[in-house]
Design a protein around this ligand. Structure first.
Ligand code: NIG
Ligand code: FE
Length: 414
């Protein structure tokens, strides 16, 4: 077992290396104050911390004991890309796509992001909090213990700020740890010139977001038809100038140089990156920009091509996977995207697990070794007991929950 520096992502063959990444059976994990303080042989831990334990009770000598019964235990998932809070329903878009319209055609006829913006703006603050809370708790039941949540369905200062405030309220009321991203540049609001909106983003939304300290990063939907690379650079330079880092939507439908821009901007993560070129992938890896693949999007859009995870692994370029939970890709299940990674993108279950836990965790702004995403001494106590003894089962039951029990940031999830 040579877990290495857990603040760094795994790459290439080390992602799927069972010897380096998987503990032997028979160990116990001691959790204190929300962190893993010791990993040792179960019997030794019990004799040291709960000598009178007799398997019929759980609470002994001040220690709460969970008997995993030999089932596999994996780190809690870190879903590093979600659009958590919005209201409304866009399930009608499936039939529109089947009639031949693309994602972009649907946006042009009033569907897509702008439709969700209209419904979201009509919701009250409390409704948005309740919606977010329900979804965060659903994610928890599916094993996600850390989650990134973007705004982006307000597209005006008032609603963008209120979505971020709602996100922080949700964070206060769930055991799933939530990190907020400001995505004011998700689309151009109806009845507004792009130039005018860019001005609002940079000179009104951004300073207020920074002043209120309610987002950890900024994001832009950098894609032809939405924000160009030049516009994205203007926004992100302004963000960097105010001390706000970035994680970006880039190269989802075409390679417009978005991944190279993310490298230039020093983004922590470049997401979608389905169409990026290999030169920029290699650059991203060298400069520490995580590539985050969102295969759920290709799945719901019925695309033939899935993201090149296998190629990234063969080239030892670091990557993560995330759900991209949004009204179009309406799943908040990491086991489901793990299924896509293994059943459709050709990577093995342990590598897919590294891409869902340790790797995204390194992008979430933690310092030191006290981060989630691994089961190691000092790491956050966020883990899942699977229903099976097989570790690989975590992503092999699409549509069904493989998780028996979750400990999220030291709390047992009921
Ligand atoms: O990451 N592509 C931009 N944003 C979302 C989709 C948003 C929507 O369709 O509502 C995404 O896929
Ligand atoms: Fe997204």
């Amino acid at each position: 077992m040579s877990y290495g520096d857990v603040t760094k992502p795994l790459r290439g063959p080390e992602m799927g290396d069972k010897e380096a990444n998987v503990y032997d059976a028979g160990l116990g994990i001691l959790i204190e104050d929300g962190f893993i303080s010791k990993i040792n042989d179960s019997d030794s831990l019990i004799s040291e911390f709960a000598p009178s334990w007799n398997k019929r009770t759980t609470n002994h000598d001040g220690a709460l004991i969970i008997d995993a019964g030999g089932n596999a235990i994996i780190p809690g998932f870190v879903d590093s890309h979600t659009h958590l809070i919005w209201s409304g329903d866009r399930s009608n878009e499936m039939a529109l796509r089947q009639s031949g319209l693309t994602y972009s055609d649907i946006a042009d006829i009033g569907g897509g992001i702008s439709k969700t913006v209209s419904s979201t703006r009509k919701s009250t603050f409390q409704e948005l909090v309740n919606i977010g809370l329900d979804r965060a708790n659903r994610a928890l039941k599916l094993g996600t213990t850390t989650l990134e949540a973007k705004s982006g369905y307000g597209l005006n200062t008032e609603t963008e700020l209120s979505l971020l405030e709602a996100t922080s309220k949700v964070n206060e009321n769930t055991n799933c740890e939530i990190h907020a991203t400001w995505l004011g540049a998700h689309d151009i609001p109806k009845n507004m010139e792009k130039k005018e909106y860019l001005n609002e983003l940079i000179n009104d939304q951004l300073p207020k977001v920074c002043e209120q300290g309610i987002a950890e990063w900024a994001d832009v939907f950098c894609e032809p038809g939405w924000f160009t690379t030049e516009e994205t650079a203007d926004i992100i330079e302004a963000c960097n100038g105010m001390g706000l880092g970035s994680r970006l939507h880039v190269d989802e439908f075409t390679d417009s140089g978005g991944l190279s821009l993310a490298v230039e901007m020093g983004s922590v993560s470049a997401d979608h990156v389905a169409c990026s070129n290999n030169e920029s992938r290699s650059e991203a890896d060298k400069s520490g920009v995580m590539q985050t693949f969102l295969a759920g999007t290709q799945y719901v859009l019925g695309m033939k091509e899935f993201p090149p995870m296998r190629e990234c692994q063969e080239n030892s370029w670091a990557f993560s996977i995330a759900t991209d939970f949004n009204p179009n890709c309406n799943t908040i299940s990491m086991p489901f995207v793990g299924s896509l990674a293994t059943h459709r993108c050709g990577i093995d279950p342990l590598s897919a697990l590294a891409a869902s836990t340790r790797n995204p965790s390194t992008t979430m702004g933690y310092s030191g070794g006290e981060l989630p995403g691994t089961i190691s001494e000092k790491s956050k106590a966020s883990l899942n007991i699977l229903k099976s003894k097989s570790l690989d089962s975590w992503c092999q039951t699409p549509g069904m929950n493989p998780i028996l029990m979750t400990v999220a940031n030291g709390h047992i999830v009921k």
